[in-house]
Structure formats: C-alpha cells, structure tokens
Design a binder for this molecule. Structure first.
Ligand code: 13P
Ligand code: SF4
Length: 305
C-alpha cells in the first residue's frame, strides 16, 4: 500500500476510534505528517493532559507514552512499539535516587521527563529541556538533586549562582556524541550559519552555541531568526520539521551521528495496526502513577524558560 493511502486510512481510523495521534519532533516524516500534534516533550505532556479524545496514540519513546498514562489515567494510551525505549532513561534506578537523597537529604529532586514512572514517583518535580531553569527557579532550596541527565543539569546550573545542582551521571548518547571538533568542522563548512544546540549536549559544545533550545524551541528560534542558515545540534529527525516550516532557509546536521534509533521504530503499518486493535497499551501501576503524577503535574504549572 502506498504511503498516502496508508496515511488516509490512519486518519479515518483515528476519527472512528476517537483517538488523537501525538508525535515527537524526532519521529520519521511520514509519522509527523499523519499526527494531530508534532511537538517537544513539554508540549506533548501538556496536550495529553488536556485532550478530550478517548484514546491517545503516542509516537515517540516509552517514557513519553508513560507520561501520557500518568497524566490521563482515564484514557487508553496506545504505544505502537513497546520496545522503543530511551538509553538515557535506562541509566538511572530507584536505588540511585535513594543514594543521592541519602547524600543530600535537604535537596529536592528534579527529574527530567526522560525517565521512567518509578523514578518520577520518587521525585519532587519533573522538568523538560524547555523549562528546567524555571523549574529550578521555582524551588526555594539552595541545593537541588537533578537527574538523570548530567548535561541538562550542568546547563541549568549556569543560570544559578545561589543554588548548587548535584547531578546523576546519565546522558543521551545521541547528543553527548557531538564534539567540539564536529561543530568546528560544520562551522567551517557553513561559516554564515547559526549554531543551535540542545541542552543535552556537552558543556563545551554548549559554549559554542548561538542558541540553546528544546526541539520546539529550535523550531521557534529558526522561524524568528533573520539568519538564513543553521547548524542543528540535536537528533537529526528535527531537520524535517525545520525544513518544512522554513522552506527558504538551509539546515545542516551538526553531526550525522546524532541519530536515535528508538525514535525511528514506529512505522505507518505499526500505527495502523495499533489503531485497529487499540494495542499495545501503556499502563502504570496506580500507586506509582499517583506519586509520579504529583511531580509531573507540578511541572506542568511552570512556564517555558
Ligand atoms: P525535547 O523535544 O523535549 O527537547 O526533548 C528531546 C529529547 O531528547 C526527547 O527524547
Ligand atoms: Fe532518549 Fe536521547 Fe533518544 Fe531522546 S534522543 S529518546 S534522550 S536516547
């Protein structure tokens, strides 16, 4: 079956099943084209918490579908490929969090949404790459535990002289892989280009950036900027919406190594099958969900940086 026909069938099925299709900015183009909303983690969590649809079909990675299940327990959250995980989310356990809490007993725990429900459940508040600074600002404490991403933690620390951020040593392998050499090479090849970096990049890469933004933040920045050329320091999937929204501008990947395989697993066939069968479903045990909800709901009150 051709792509257009499959996409039409998916839209009809979504209508029939009263489903909303949410997709992350890194999803393959054909999935982005069929979604009701394509966005960053913060916007997707907000949409999931506000939608009136009966079914939420999530195209992204598992922690995102889980976050939807945490904020809308009365809805069916369908996730076409359960095995689409996140390597950063896998880098922290509840024991790691307990150890950090024992070491810094006065410090509230700020947890990046790129984590599983049981980690959120032992946290005080969540954040995303779009609001981490405002989340930390909202806390009175002068010491914070931040997990699992050490790069987002160190980026956030730059905004605070009066607060000490203790962090776990997790990272995203597809952002941490970007080096100063890669960026300098890209800058040499495109001397007029503006360099945008995601806060999951290493500190020395952040130092070279003209703008540090979440994925949707980069989309807004590129649209508003007078620049005509951009080097994109995030997962290569963002190149598609950047080009689509700015056909008169040029976008170059900072490195082709920035490719998250888990983000590319869901196919149109998977999505169609999931809508037909309303499966597989992501659920979170109620005791964990209730605790995780506190941390996510608290975050959703906080504006973007
Ligand atoms: P944002 O889209 O929230 O910037 O997140 C990037 C990411 O790594 C999601 O997995
Ligand atoms: Fe996780 Fe990195 Fe993939 Fe995002 S890009 S889902 S942080 S592994």
């Amino acid at each position: 079956m051709d792509v257009k026909h499959l996409q039409q069938e998916i839209r009809e099925l979504a209508r029939e099943k009263k489903a909303i299709i949410l997709a992350h900015n890194y999803q393959p183009p054909e999935i982005q084209e069929v979604a009701d909303l394509v966005a960053d983690s913060l916007e997707l969590s907000l949409k999931a918490s506000q939608t009136e649809a009966e079914v939420v079909v999530f195209c992204g990675v598992r922690f995102m579908a889980e976050t939807a299940a945490i904020v809308c327990p009365d809805k069916l959250v369908v996730f076409p490929r359960l095995e689409a995980g996140c390597e950063m989310a896998d880098m922290i356990s509840v024991e790691d969090v307990e150890a950090l809490k024992a070491r810094y007993p006065r410090a509230p725990v700020v947890t990046y949404v790129n984590s599983y429900a049981e980690i959120k459940a032992v946290s005080d508040i969540c954040c995303t790459s779009a609001n981490s600074v405002n989340v930390v600002k909202s806390l009175e404490a002068d010491e914070i535990i931040f997990l699992p991403d050490m790069n987002l933690a160190r980026y956030t620390q730059r905004f605070f002289k009066d607060k000490k951020i203790h962090y776990h040593d997790g990272f995203c392998p597809f952002h941490d892989v970007l080096t100063v050499e890669d960026v300098n090479q890209a800058k040499e090849a495109h001397p007029e280009a503006v360099f945008m970096a995601h806060p999951e990049c290493r500190p020395e890469v952040i130092d070279l950036a003209d703008a540090v933004r979440s994925t949707s933040g980069m989309l807004r920045f590129a649209k508003e900027s007078p620049a005509r050329e951009f080097i994109v320091g995030t997962e290569v999937g963002l190149l598609y919406p950047l080009k689509k929204q700015n056909p008169d501008k040029e976008f170059y990947p900072a490195s082709e190594k920035m490719l998250c395989k888990a983000m590319k697993l869901i196919s149109l066939e998977d999505l169609k099958r999931s809508l037909e069968t309303l499966s597989p479903v992501v659920t979170v045990p109620e005791d964990i969900r209730r605790k995780a909800y506190q941390a996510v709901a608290r975050m959703l009150e906080i504006p973007r940086n």
